[in-house]
Design a binder for this molecule. Structure first.
Ligand code: ADP
Ligand code: MG
Length: 506
């Protein structure tokens, strides 16, 4: 009997040991897996590092590339395109002006009435989708359609556009254009959903003007611009210290006011103002100082435009969510902290930036929003709290890097034009010698306006790079709808009633 009892006891003890060993084994394994995941995060953090020192190197690189792009055509990855916009709205503009904003699946028409003295802007706006067949058909059909819409819109506003008083129109056309004057430019290529073959290499504003003429509209295309230039115009209308504009939305780009004598690639460029807006196309900026990760390299390689838009791919709303997706995928493949690898994680752009931002900004104690988005968007369920915290951290690292690089880009522009307190790119003067002028930068785009953490990180980095003494002279002004309203304002400031043909090449 005693033996039996002993036998049972020993059996139970052996079983208990086996269970304990199993539990310990599992714990060790899961600790190892957790360690691996933490390792992935650590590696991400290290390769996304943006110390002030590194940001200053990016600032310098940006200023140097700007120089190179202005020195010769193709001298830099920064195209530094001439816009021929040689004056910016001052607030004294008067009259009724129109704008047309074409850049995506929708197009908008606007009408704004200016009363001088920086009058309140309250534009009438109408938005309309472009019928799909017109995006790939003949250019004449597209522009006839646009002209008809403009006609209807103008009549509704009780402006007789067939009257003898000509109306000026600003045309925002967000496709790559080689500008030949402030009101003309040749389409280099279509992007997005557009593919109208007969238009490539043709004059864009001219095609619109012909359609307006065919409809008998007494309107003149006064300016042809892109959205950053519109943003700068709107920023300058409200704040005369505005020297640059940055767009941080789906993509990112910047433009700024440059002295014509600094635009070396265009010898003999003369404007009465002595300056001109330069469209940097900064999304394509590249420097070896940019903190690049394996995720950036993969994202670029798998994109339709490899080796292109390198800065944009680290900064803008189109890509941030996808970088986070790639990190989560890697963690999921290397461990089971996310359960079995979800097939959704393999879908490019499955995680959009607004969803990523919502996870990042989830302030609930249990991170319920993170759990919900992981479930709804990525099909990952039952994620423990500590793993949800990890996801928030990934979002934080990716967004912080993006915002800080955008800040470095902005300071790069300020440095190029001698507004960073350092005495400009050539240096020489000490910071204390410089009397820093108030300097405003107009910013637009939902990544900046809708994503609080992004905005705060950008501001923080501006202060770190510039130092408090200089940073307090730099203001960021958010503008709304520069691509529409700004174009109408530029139509006003470049209207035929004002100074015209004051740009000469000698
Ligand atoms: P676009 O750049 O297309 O002209 P927007 O300036 O509105 O238009 O930017 C849209 C982009 O901003 C979206 O593609 C998205 O990446 C990003 N975005 C929009 N809303 C948010 C948000 N709440 N949080 C973070 N990013 C956002
Ligand atoms: Mg936009």
């Amino acid at each position: 009997m005693g033996k039996v009892v002993l036998g049972v006891t020993v059996g139970v003890a052996v079983a208990a040991c086996a269970v304990a060993a199993l539990v310990v084994g599992r714990r060790v394994r899961s600790r190892k897996k957790w360690k691996r995941v933490v390792g992935v995060l650590k590696e991400l953090e290290e390769s996304c590092e943006t110390t002030v020192g590194r940001l200053r190197q990016v600032v310098d690189a940006m200023a140097v590339e700007m120089h190179a792009g202005l020195a010769s055509e193709g001298g830099s990855k920064l195209k530094m395109l001439l816009t021929f916009v040689d004056n910016l709205p001052s607030g004294s503009e008067k009259g009724i002006f129109y704008a047309l904003d074409l850049g995506g699946t929708n197009f908008r028409v606007l009408r704004v009435e200016l009363g001088g003295q920086r009058s309140e802007l309250d534009p009438d706006v109408e938005q309309q989708p472009i019928p799909e067949q017109l995006m790939t058909g003949r250019s004449e059909d597209l522009f006839d359609f646009i002209a008809s819409s403009l006609h209807r819109f103008a009549e509704k506003g009780n402006d007789s556009v067939q009257s003898s008083i000509m109306k000026e129109l600003g045309f925002t056309f967000s496709f790559p254009v080689k500008q030949t004057s402030v009101s003309s430019g040749v389409l280099i290529k279509w992007t997005k959903a557009f593919a109208i073959k007969d238009m490539v290499g043709k004059e864009v504003a001219g095609a619109l003007q012909q359609a307006l003429d065919r409809k008998g509209l007494n309107m003149r295309v006064a300016v042809l611009v892109n959205d950053t230039v519109g943003t700068l115009a709107l920023g300058h209308y409200h704040d005369a210290d505005t020297v640059a504009a940055v767009i941080i939305g789906t993509g990112t780009n910047a433009c700024y006011w440059e002295r014509t004598d600094a635009i070396i690639k265009c010898q003999g460029l003369l404007t009465t103002s002595g300056g001109m807006v330069v469209n940097m196309e900064w999304g394509n900026f590249w420097s070896s100082h940019l903190p690049r990760t394996s995720y950036d390299i993969d994202l670029d390689a798998e994109s339709p435009n490899p080796n292109d838009q390198g800065f944009e791919k680290m900064i803008s709303g189109m890509y941030l969510g996808d970088i986070v997706r790639r990190v989560v995928l890697r963690m999921s493949e290397e461990s089971d902290v996310f359960g079995p690898v979800s097939s959704r994680l393999y879908v490019p752009f499955a995680l959009r930036t607004p969803a990523m931002a919502a996870m990042h900004e989830d302030d609930s104690p249990e991170l319920t929003e993170v759990a919900k988005i992981l479930q709804d968007v990525l099909d990952i369920s039952d994620v423990p709290l500590k793993v949800r915290k990890l996801v928030v951290k990934i979002c934080d690292v990716v967004t912080r890097r993006a915002a800080r690089l955008a800040a470095a880009g902005i300071v790069g522009i300020l440095k190029k034009i001698g507004r960073d307190g350092s005495g400009g790119i050539t240096g020489g003067r000490s910071r204390s010698d410089i009397k820093m002028r108030r300097t405003a930068v107009a910013v637009e785009g939902s990544l900046y306006t809708q994503y609080t953490m992004f905005r705060e990180y950008l501001h923080e980095a501006l202060h770190e790079i510039l130092g408090e003494d200089i940073a307090r002279h730099v203001v960021i002004n958010v503008t709304e709808d520069g691509s529409g309203t700004g174009a109408a304002l530029l139509a006003a400031s470049h209207s035929s009633s004002g100074s015209v043909d004051n740009i000469q090449l000698v």
